[in-house]
Design a binder for this molecule. Structure first.
Ligand SMILES: [Zn+2]
Length: 347
């Protein structure tokens, strides 16, 4: 099997020759070029070059293509600061009043920065290695994360807690759902095998399970349903401890569910069985600061937990639980990629 066949097998809960391995590595990949990271994140050609360089070095099965967690917010007018050593961050929201949601316009992913550069990168990577590696063109952010950035973190949390303008909150989430869908669809038009949304601020570390169910879940599900209706693949990422919302999280229906080490993997494995393929969950802090032996152990344990109760390894893509730090040592990344081959083989 090649990387694409192997990845599709686990997504469809069939038997692969071995478990596939992904790298969520836009930061260390950009660092490999030896340029200030912001130069790479603003330029589709460099972004593609960084992903190709990392793939040639590590030979992972699944690439996750993105330039940070504020690209859609920036495309919608949020002020973003680019940095030389890490991903860009959103600084100034666009919605001072919830009532201004009427003024938000839907943008064209192909002509709006930075989406246009990310799509260019996806097209280049697909052209170069799209027949050898499985490419997830990330559609960050999902509806809830995007709403949080457009309205401002604290403002939106207060809107939800006060619950005085539910129609306007819904209208904002609806706009964000449409925007996220447009960009994620464009990633697939660019040739990516799958797309994904990041919705970490909707997890229990930030939002109560009750509010998750009321505000985040319906829009996530609606968005994911739209992709599934067209036979398209989408991953759903929430980091932190997702156990309190695990049932809802999986019921959003994404074919791939991305979790980190804070979610009890055994519980996730049981909840996911036959319904979704788990991606993750190796601790990015361990990957940045641990040793290759420690990474190897964490991977071996995760693979064993995900194997439990099954006749063969499937339903699992081994990888970092979230985005790798820019300074993650190459030897630790190598240990992660090799662990899938050492411990994830099917006989
Ligand atoms: Zn995350």
């Amino acid at each position: 099997m090649n990387s694409i066949e192997r990845t599709l097998a686990v997504i469809e809960h069939r038997k692969p020759d071995r478990l596939p391995v992904d790298l969520h590595n836009f930061q260390p990949a950009a660092a490999m070029l030896g340029l200030p990271l912001q130069k790479v994140f603003k330029d589709g050609d460099l972004l593609a070059e960084s992903q190709l360089a990392a793939w040639r070095e590590f030979g992972h099965d699944v690439l996750i293509l993105e330039s940070g967690t504020s690209s859609s917010a920036e495309a919608c007018g949020v002020e973003v600061i680019y940095r030389d050593d890490a991903a860009p961050v959103a600084t100034k929201p666009v919605l001072e009043r919830l009532e201004d949601v009427d003024k938000l316009e839907l943008r064209d992913p192909w002509t709006t920065f930075p989406w246009s550069e990310i799509l260019k990168a996806t097209q280049i990577v697909v052209r170069e290695i799209g027949n050898k590696a499985f490419i997830i063109g990330r559609g960050d952010q999902g509806p809830f994360s995007l709403a949080l950035m457009l309205r401002g973190y604290e403002n939106f949390m207060i809107d939800i807690a006060m619950d005085k303008k539910p129609d306007l909150i819904d209208q904002l989430l609806d706009y964000c759902c449409k925007t996220a869908t447009r960009f994620a669809m464009a990633q697939l038009e660019a040739g990516a095998h799958a797309t994904s949304i990041g919705e970490s601020p909707s997890g229990p570390d930030v939002l109560s399970p009750r509010h998750y169910h009321k505000w985040a879940f319906p829009h996530q599900k609606r968005m994911i349903d739209a992709f599934k209706a067209q036979g398209k693949l989408i991953a759903h990422h929430i980091c932190g401890n997702t156990v309190p919302i695990l049932e809802d999280f999986i019921a959003t229906g994404a074919q791939i569910t991305e979790i980190d080490h804070k979610t009890d993997l055994a519980k996730a494995a049981v909840a996911a069985q036959g319904k979704t393929t788990i991606l993750g969950p190796i601790d990015t802090h361990l990957l940045a600061f641990g040793t290759p032996a420690e990474v190897d152990t964490a991977c071996r344990e995760a693979i064993a937990i995900m194997r439990a109760g099954k006749d063969f390894h499937t339903g699992f893509i081994l990888g970092p639980g979230c985005a790798l730090d820019a300074n993650t040592p190459p030897d630790n990344i190598r240990a992660l990629v090799e662990a899938a081959k050492k411990y994830g083989m099917n006989s």
